[in-house]
Design a protein around this ligand. Structure first.
Ligand code: FE2
Length: 390
């Protein structure tokens, strides 16, 4: 008999688990390799997908120059918003095809990277982006995709997820497929130095939520556990320091590393009720993803706690608690942490009303992230969690 029960093995015995990860280059200067990798992948013409804010940063010019220096022709697409819409993806795919592009470089946070993933699969499969909703619904992989993440949170650069808003149905659609894993991530902490405080906090807490949800997911594994635990440690120890000094390169580096670990964990273990409910908030009310997550996490933990008691105890200890105080202790630790990085208030303060709750709960119940939540949640349960978070 082996000692120790920390390997996330079910009572019925070890389950089969796979682990998918892209190639990644991590460290200062990684973004300057975009041109070299585009050339190595044989891309003749790149669709450079970004947003207007990112494309206006000084360091963005260096990424464009790396493409020029490598002799790779490119055209810029910035026609996307926060919570990228299906129509924006379809317009991007039109540009990709009209410009005869053969590969994509995505530079930005989760929105440009998810939009880029969508553009890729639409251009190779010639179907509407919403047709790929769900798990393993993408037939053909997209063209080569190089990601340069410029936030430390979404982890779209290493994940098999793309989240696209269906603007007509006012819901977010999760597309989960191995074909969405980028060909390479160039994870450069340099661009983080220009990230404003609110986006730093929202994306940093998003990484924490990714790690927490992966750690309690019913599809976790010993490998995803390693990444999830390390991500929680790194966010807890580095994000408050970054908020005190946004220009501290070492702390920014650690938040980027946290995002990488969290991404490797959740891409393979999937997520849970926080993300299902945050996706509903993003789709129905266009609320920023990281903010929605931050305001929901403590309430989902309180609901889930009986179904994953040992796992949440571990998390409480990693967050500096005793692990003896049950759900209340962990919920308090999470609440204190979000306040410490400047995220106060409730979902009511960001525009959610009691009359929205039923529509939100219906949307959250249909989200594939809910399938791996440790506790099976009904629509009524989800309504109760939204109520508690108001
Ligand atoms: Fe997220």
């Amino acid at each position: 008999m082996c000692a120790g029960g920390d390997l996330n093995i079910q009572e019925s015995g070890p389950a089969l688990r796979k682990f998918v990860a892209p190639e990644f280059i991590f460290g200062p200067g990684a973004s300057g390799l975009a041109g070299r990798y585009a050339r190595n992948f044989g891309i003749r013409k790149v669709l450079l997908v970004s947003d207007r804010n990112v494309a206006s940063q000084e360091w963005f010019v260096d990424i464009c120059r790396s493409l020029d220096d490598a002799g790779v022709v490119w055209t810029l697409f910035t026609g996307l918003s926060e919570n990228p819409k299906s129509g924006e993806v379809m317009r991007g795919a039109e540009v990709f095809m009209a410009e005869e592009c053969t590969g994509i470089v995505a530079v930005g946070g989760g929105s440009p990277m998810d939009c880029a993933k969508g553009i890729g699969v639409v251009s190779s499969n010639r179907e509407h982006i919403l047709a790929f909703e769900g798990v393993d619904e993408v037939r053909l992989p997209g063209p080569p995709l190089i990601c340069v993440p410029t936030t430390a949170g979404s982890s779209a650069d290493v994940s098999q997820f793309a989240i696209i808003s269906d603007e007509v149905g006012r819901r977010k659609v999760a597309i989960i497929s191995k074909t969405l894993v980028p060909d390479i991530s160039l994870a450069d902490p340099g661009p983080l130095l220009t990230l404003p405080p609110d986006i730093t906090a929202f994306t940093g807490v998003d990484a924490l939520v990714h790690a927490v949800e992966a750690y309690v997911s019913n599809a976790g594994s010993p490998v995803t556990d390693l990444h999830a635990r390390r991500a929680i440690e790194l966010v807890i120890t580095s994000l408050p320091s970054v908020m005190e000094d946004l220009y501290d390169p070492e702390c920014r580096y650690r938040t980027m590393m946290a995002s990488l670990h969290a991404g490797l964990a959740f891409s393979n273990a999937s997520l849970g009720a926080v993300h299902a409910m945050a996706h509903a908030l993003g789709g129905y009310l266009d609320i920023a993803h990281g903010c929605a997550n931050a305001l929901l996490l403590e309430h989902v933990v309180a609901y889930n706690y009986p179904a994953a008691r040992e796992r949440y105890t571990d998390i409480a200890r990693i967050m500096g608690g005793t692990g003896q105080g049950g759900a209340d202790e962990l919920a308090s630790l999470i609440r204190e942490f979000r306040h410490s990085v400047g995220i106060g208030g409730t979902i009511h303060d960001i525009g959610v009303g009691r009359s929205d709750i039923q529509a939100l709960a219906v949307r959250a119940a249909a989200d594939p992230c809910l399938a791996t939540n440790p506790r099976t949640a009904t629509i009524e349960d989800l309504e109760g969690i939204y109520e508690a978070a108001l």
